[in-house]
Design a protein around this ligand. Structure first.
Ligand SMILES: [Zn+2]
Ligand SMILES: [Zn+2]
Length: 330
């Protein structure tokens, strides 16, 4: 099969992946083999190839927002040809303290799709049968792909932030996750305040129904109950904290963050303001979000790339060019 392979370092600036003929994955017990129909490109993929996340393998096929059709390993529940989704959480041990306490996102022995095992920048991909999700029929594969990480983890961020109906919620930094979170917040009767440096992002936030949208150094005109930061920058966390009311919560949706500035306790944390990090996702997050996405008819904007354009797709995410989420279609 054809695959976009990361061999440990960029071959030239912005060229991280090489398009190669590689063996098709072998089916193993408890897994399904998928023909990849579409695979979303996530900022985490960029963190992996740029070395912000510890390299774990010499050779890796990235990609963890996979929409595929089952071609091998079918069961009664997962019949041949069924369209399913695969996300970042590719498996857990099921036995550690965290798995036993319903916090499988924090599992001690996790499998991460497109990081600890090969992912979906390829014509075929292998996935653990108990970590795949049936997908709503209403959307096509390219529009479903960004829901599988950006959507699910954006949704988890709202949960981690403890968002209540009617809350004033700030979104700091704007990308796929924030775009997909706005319809949910509006559905919950929340007011949405967006702070982002990109002019196109501000326009998109306005279009999606944000109450207020400001540039990166602007401060929301009201005190916020909750905030989620999406930019991989510590400064943004400080901006979000300084916009909170007493008792407010900031959830950091970033697998990697540049240096966190020193926090002024009296000004930023006193008054029971809290910072929480968002790590990975649970299967319940995925199922609940996908149900909500179907009911609310959430439809991300996408830019489609062919498999041989995988490097361009990564650069589109890095440079925040292109409309909406980047999606690779093999
Ligand atoms: Zn575990
Ligand atoms: Zn992701």
């Amino acid at each position: 099969m054809q695959a976009a392979v990361f061999n440990g370092k960029a071959t030239s600036p912005g060229r991280f992946l090489s398009i190669e003929e590689v063996p098709r994955p072998q089916i193993t017990p408890g897994h399904v083999l998928l023909r990849v129909v579409a695979c979303g490109v996530c900022r985490t993929d960029l963190h992996i190839v740029e070395g912000d996340l510890t390299p774990l393998r010499q050779r890796l096929i990235p990609g963890h927002q996979i929409v595929g059709e089952i071609v091998e390993g079918a069961t009664d529940l997962l019949p041949l040809g069924m369209r399913i989704g695969v996300s970042w959480m590719g498996g857990t041990d099921g036995t550690c303290l965290y798995c036993k306490r319903g916090m499988e996102n924090l599992c001690d022995q996790p499998t991460f799709t497109g990081y600890t095992v090969d992912g979906g920048y390829a014509e075929f991909a292998l996935a653990r049968a108990d970590f795949v999700y049936p997908l709503p029929d209403e959307l096509d594969a390219t529009h479903l792909a960004p829901l599988l990480c950006a959507g699910i983890i954006g949704f988890r961020s709202l949960r981690v932030a403890g968002v209540q109906p009617g809350d004033r919620v700030g979104l700091f930094g704007f990308g796929s996750s924030a775009t997909l979170a706005i319809p949910i917040l509006l559905h919950w009767g929340c007011e949405v305040y967006v702070v982002t440096r990109g002019e196109a992002h501000r326009a998109a936030a306005n279009r999606l129904g944000a109450t207020w949208v400001g540039k990166e150094d602007a401060k929301p005109p009201v005190e916020l109950d909750r905030a989620v930061t999406f930019a991989p920058a510590g400064k943004v966390v400080v901006d979000a904290l300084s916009s909170l009311r007493k008792g407010g919560v900031v959830a950091i949706n970033a697998i990697h963050l540049d240096r966190m500035p020193a926090l002024d306790y009296d000004r930023l944390l006193w008054g029971e303001r809290q910072i929480r990090s968002v790590a990975n996702m649970t299967r319940a997050d995925a199922r609940d979000f996908l149900t909500l996405a179907r009911d609310l008819k959430i439809q991300p904007q996408v830019t489609v790339f062919a498999l041989h354009e995988a490097n361009d797709a990564l650069m589109a995410v890095k440079e925040e060019t292109g409309e909406g989420s980047a999606v690779i279609v093999p």
